[in-house]
Write a protein of this length. Structure first.
Length: 341
């Protein structure tokens, strides 16, 4: 007999499944929001709420969302995604938190795959699945089961995330937090790269006897939109990466050496991308110099020995040991090739 998992979940006692609060900030998302909400509604996990925070949209986003009576709609002036997520956390009534972007894509078993490990492990505070960047929605990429499960303490998990191991990253994609853990931090107002900042600060605050699980399943498709930060022309707001970087270097000052090194590797990669776009898209000389000087600082902190475990970082480190003119040519050429600019 073929078992329909979704129907089985509907027959189970609803109250036996912990509530997940899905927090979704939106801003001018009319083009994508209907498909995303329709996909969330297909979840085979029965107990969840969707808290959608409109960040001052000027298109038809609110009118579309109001057609979905089961969505809790919150509105704010255009304060940014960090404040939207903070409002979502404050409004959440579930004991578990998931963040989903308004243009991304999940399968019907998204919540059930990520929640299953919590049902048998009281020490678990975070469940993480793999994500995949896409240019269009591709349902065949999702996994139908959790696959392998690898458990880490917060220090080990942070190292994995910073080094982008196991098909994941320091973003908020493809993961569920306990509300108790998520509430240990708030999102920094006025920042871009706020998810990077939140993740690192949060994991440094967690008790080392708590556990984080990485699933072998691909559970989340991150849509690479042409106007996203990573795919549009450089703007001065991207200098926020320097503020985030310096903040996180301070936060991890007393962390184990392996975390400091992993953060340094991640920062070199992230700041190099911003620097390359500033060169390609005509950032001011002062902006370019500020990014360049910080990258020189990071490369000195890391040292040439990084090649033994991270070839990409080794190459970038070498770039910033070259004369400035040659390093510019090298970084722009590398970025054009790897990012297909």
């Amino acid at each position: 007999m073929i078992v329909n998992v979704q129907e089985v979940y509907k027959l189970m006692d609803f109250n036996n499944r912990p509530k997940v609060s899905i927090i979704m900030p939106v801003y001018n998302s009319a083009q994508y929001i209907r498909a995303t909400l329709d996909q969330i509604r297909k979840q085979d996990y029965p107990n969840y709420e969707v808290i959608l925070i409109d960040d001052g949209s000027s298109d038809d986003t609110i009118e579309i969302v109001e057609q979905y009576s089961w969505v809790v709609l919150k509105t704010q002036n255009h304060l940014g995604v960090a404040e939207a997520r903070n409002l979502g956390l404050h409004s959440a009534t579930g004991n578990f938190i998931a963040f989903i972007d308004s243009d991304d894509f999940i399968d019907a078993n998204y919540l059930s795959l990520l929640m299953d490990p919590f049902l048998t492990n009281s020490r678990l505070v975070l469940s993480i699945g793999r994500f995949v960047p896409v240019k269009k929605r591709e349902p065949h990429l999702f996994s139908k089961n959790a696959g392998s499960q690898s458990f880490f303490n917060p220090t080990g998990a942070l190292k994995e995330l910073l080094l982008q191991h196991r098909g994941t990253d320091v973003g908020l994609w493809g993961r569920i937090f306990t509300k108790k853990a998520a509430n240990k931090c708030s999102f920094a107002s006025g920042l871009i790269f706020e998810d990077f900042d939140f993740t690192v600060r949060l994991l440094t605050k967690l008790d080392e006897d708590s556990q984080i699980v990485f699933l072998g399943a691909t559970v989340y498709e991150y849509l690479q939109r042409p106007n996203s930060i990573m795919h549009k022309k450089f703007s001065s707001e991207e200098l926020n990466i320097l503020r985030v970087s310096k903040r996180l270097l301070s936060v991890t000052d007393s962390s184990p050496k392996e975390i400091k090194r992993a953060l340094n590797i991640k920062l070199i990669s992230a700041v190099s991308g911003v620097y390359a776009r500033s060169l390609i898209d005509g950032g001011t000389l002062a902006e370019q110099d500020e990014l360049y000087n910080f990258l020189r600082y990071l490369s000195k902190r890391l040292g040439i020995s990084s090649w033994t475990s991270n070839v990409k970082t080794f190459v970038l480190t070498v770039f910033f040991k070259l004369p400035k003119r040659l390093s510019k040519i090298a970084i722009v050429t590398s970025y054009r090739v790897t990012k297909q600019v």
